[in-house]
Ligand binder design. Structure first.
Ligand SMILES: [Zn+2]
Length: 263
């Protein structure tokens, strides 16, 4: 392989490692932000549930006041019944007592219904609080992980960048500029192998045989005419395996031949 291309591949390997570190960092930060968003929405939900609980309590208080008022009326009518002389008046009073008892009973049913609703909300509050606690723990752990990684990867990145600087010295500046331009154009990897089918593995354009042969010579610096990536030849692993198989088959009958494999 062309020595200059080999340097570019080494630089690209370094860039890939740095990018992976940065992607991992960004992924962790994204996860922290997502969890923080969830905490925010869970807190809003918690606030809403607590308000609902308060409203239900107000309703229960009102029902209890009504029950008290109906009790007062029932007591008053029952007391009044004792003073009544005629059946008609007694029956009218009895009806008032029963009417108020019925109304009181409706209020009491409402109290029970509302208390049941309160229990459901209390349970939802508990679940929401547990979710918030769980999410907060995730955030704390992730933050600690990010902080530890920052220290760990700081040195790794520094070493990689130093190695890159050394490689840059051995690489022709025009090749480095081409590599950087392709990379900055969001075509990463910028150096890419052409397989045995003569295809650029970046855009899958098939190279003309002449161009492919030039590439095989390893003497020239070539870019893909379609995606502009820097090309080098690399035999497919699957093709290598089938070559090995074919060769071992041939070897049974012929003298050992060297397989043409280029790195
Ligand atoms: Zn291409």
């Amino acid at each position: 392989m062309n020595e200059q291309i080999a340097y570019i591949i080494d630089i690209q390997d370094i860039d890939m490692n740095i990018r992976k570190i940065e992607d991992d960092e960004a992924k962790n930060i994204h996860e922290i932000n997502e969890s923080a968003e969830s905490v925010k929405s869970q807190n809003e939900k918690l606030e809403r549930l607590k308000n609902e609980l308060l409203e239900l309590q107000k309703k229960i208080n009102l029902c209890e006041l009504n029950v008290e008022s109906y009790n007062g009326k029932i007591e008053k009518y029952t007391e009044a019944q004792k003073q009544i002389k005629t059946n008609k008046e007694y029956n009218a009073m009895q009806k008032s007592v029963k009417d108020n008892e019925a109304l009181k009973s409706l209020e009491e049913e409402e109290i029970i219904k509302t208390m049941n609703a309160q229990e459901e909300i209390k349970s939802a509050i508990k679940t929401t609080e547990e979710n918030i606690k769980c999410l907060s723990d995730i955030i704390s752990n992730k933050k600690a992980e990010v902080e530890a990684d920052r220290f760990k990867y700081c040195d790794v990145k520094k070493n990689l960048l130093n190695k890159r600087k050394e490689l840059e010295k051995t690489l022709k500046i025009e090749f480095l500029n081409i590599y950087e331009a392709i990379k900055n154009n969001n075509k990463f990897p910028a150096v890419i192998p052409v397989n045995n089918s003569r295809a650029c593995t970046g855009c899958f354009r098939i190279l003309p045989p002449q161009q492919f042969n030039e590439l095989l010579s390893g003497e020239i610096f070539m870019q893909c005419p379609i995606c502009s990536r820097i090309l080098y030849y690399k035999q497919d692993m699957s093709e290598m395996h089938s070559d090995v198989a074919n060769n071992s088959e041939k070897n049974k009958t012929k003298a050992t031949k060297k397989t043409k494999i280029k790195a």
